[in-house]
Design a protein around this ligand. Structure first.
Ligand code: CA
Length: 221
C-alpha cells in the first residue's frame, strides 16, 4: 500500500519511513510543500502522513490543494502538542485524523490502518475474502480450515491489494505501484514470481490471471 510521508525533518522522516515499511506500507518521502503537491497529484497513494510546518509553506495549504483537485486519499496530520487550533484547521481542510508530536510509531501505524479501513468501509483489522483472512497487525494469512502463515512484506502487500477488492482486475503496473516506492527498482517479472509463491499457500484458483490485463482475487466459492 503506497503511503506519502510529508516531513521536512530528515531524521524523523527517514526513521519513520523504515518503520512504516516494516508495517507493510511502501513509503515515499516529500520534504517540501511543493514536492508533496506534485507527488500527491501524480502518484496513486492509499494514505498520507502530513507535517504542517514545511520549509516552503504550510501542510494545510497542501491538503487544501489536494482536496480541491479531488485527491482524496485519507490523510493524518502531525501537529505540535497541545495546538488545538492546528487540529481543528487540519480537520476542516480535509484531514481524517491527527497525532501530536512526539508520538509513538505504534500509535501512528494503528491510526493509519484505522483511517484506511474506514475509507474501505471495514471495521476489523483484517481483510477477509473467499475463505482467507489477512491479519494487518501480524502480517499473517489464515486459511479457513487450514493453517496460519507468516508472509514476507512484499507477499503481504500484494495479497492485501488483491484481497481488499475481490473481483477487480489489477494490471501488473498497478500492482507494482502499490508494492514499491519510487526508489525501488524491481525487475519486470517480480509480480509473476510473487503470485506463484502466493498460489502455493492459497491454492491455484484464488488468484486468477486475466491474459493481457492482470490479476484478480476470486472470492466466489
Ligand atoms: Ca516540520
Amino acid at each position: 500500500m503506497r503511503l506519502l510521508l510529508v516531513e521536512d525533518d530528515r531524521l524523523l522522516a527517514d526513521g519513520l519511513a523504515s518503520q512504516l515499511e516494516k508495517a507493510g506500507f511502501s513509503v515515499d518521502i516529500a520534504r517540501t510543500a511543493r514536492e508533496a503537491r506534485m507527488l500527491g497529484d501524480r502518484e496513486d497513494y492509499r494514505v498520507g502522513v502530513l507535517d504542517l510546518g514545511l520549509p516552503d509553506g504550510s501542510g494545510l495549504d497542501v491538503l487544501r490543494r489536494w482536496r480541491a483537485n479531488h485527491i482524496n486519499f485519507p490523510v493524518l496530520i502531525l501537529t505540535a502538542r497541545g495546538d488545538w487550533q492546528d487540529k481543528v484547521n487540519g480537520l476542516k481542510a480535509g484531514a481524517d485524523d491527527y497525532l501530536a508530536k512526539p508520538f509513538q510509531t505504534e500509535e501512528l501505524v494503528a491510526r493509519l490502518h484505522a483511517i484506511v479501513r474506514r475509507g474501505e468501509g471495514r471495521v476489523l483489522s483484517s481483510v477477509r475474502a473467499g475463505g482467507f483472512e489477512l491479519d494487518e497487525n501480524r502480517q499473517t494469512l489464515r486459511v479457513e480450515g487450514g493453517g496460519e502463515y507468516s508472509l514476507t512484506g512484499t507477499e503481504f502487500r500484494l495479497l492485501r491489494c488483491l484481497m481488499s477488492r475481490p473481483g477487480q482486475v489489477f494490471s501488473k503496473e498497478q500492482l507494482m505501484e502499490q508494492l514499491y516506492n519510487l526508489n525501488d527498482n524491481p525487475s519486470d517479472n517480480v509480480i509473476e514470481a510473487y503470485v506463484r509463491r502466493l498460489r502455493k499457500l492459497l491454492g491455484a484458483d484464488a488468484i486468477k490471471t486475466r491474459r493481457g490485463q492482470g490479476y484478480l482475487f476470486d472470492d466466489t466459492p
